[in-house]
Design a protein. Structure first.
Length: 145
């Protein structure tokens, strides 16, 4: 038995096969959503605003809190938006979807969303920013857990 396992390992090594992870397609954003840059960066939100986003702590299994802050171009907090988020696993779309959830607005003007991360793998939080009831921006934050 050891000889068979050893032979298979040698065949894979010498044939130059890529690791299994390289066969998987990269996760795709939810249709109609722009892939967001890494967390913490300023993301334009219309002509007069920008936002930043990040988890309060590194995401892990269980509940993690996603924070979004919206600012005017001159750096003043703006809380006049409604923000919604939908957490899901792109590789298993719909199986773990939270559905659109409203972010809660803290007393400090930070939009907060508890995200239930139920298993390791690729995750997406699709964000929708609404102003006066109209969607102004849709972005997708992709990350691995």
């Amino acid at each position: 038995m050891r000889l068979i396992v050893f032979s298979v390992v040698l065949a894979v090594v010498f044939c130059g096969m890529p690791p299994a992870s390289s066969f998987a397609a990269p996760p795709a954003a939810k249709p109609g959503y722009q892939i967001l840059p890494k967390s913490g960066e300023k993301v334009p939100l219309g002509a007069k605003h920008y936002f930043t986003y990040a988890f309060a702590k590194a995401p892990k299994l269980g509940t993690s809190i996603l924070r979004v802050e919206i600012f005017t171009r001159d750096g003043v907090h703006d809380t006049s938006f409604a923000v919604k988020g939908d957490a899901d696993m792109p590789s298993m779309r719909g199986m773990h979807s939270s559905g659109d959830q409203n972010f809660a607005l803290s007393a400090k003007g930070v939009y907060l969303l508890p995200v239930q991360l139920v298993m390791p793998g690729d995750w997406e939080v699709a964000l929708t920013f609404l102003k006066e009831g109209k969607a102004l921006f849709r972005g997708s934050y992709l990350f691995d857990l």
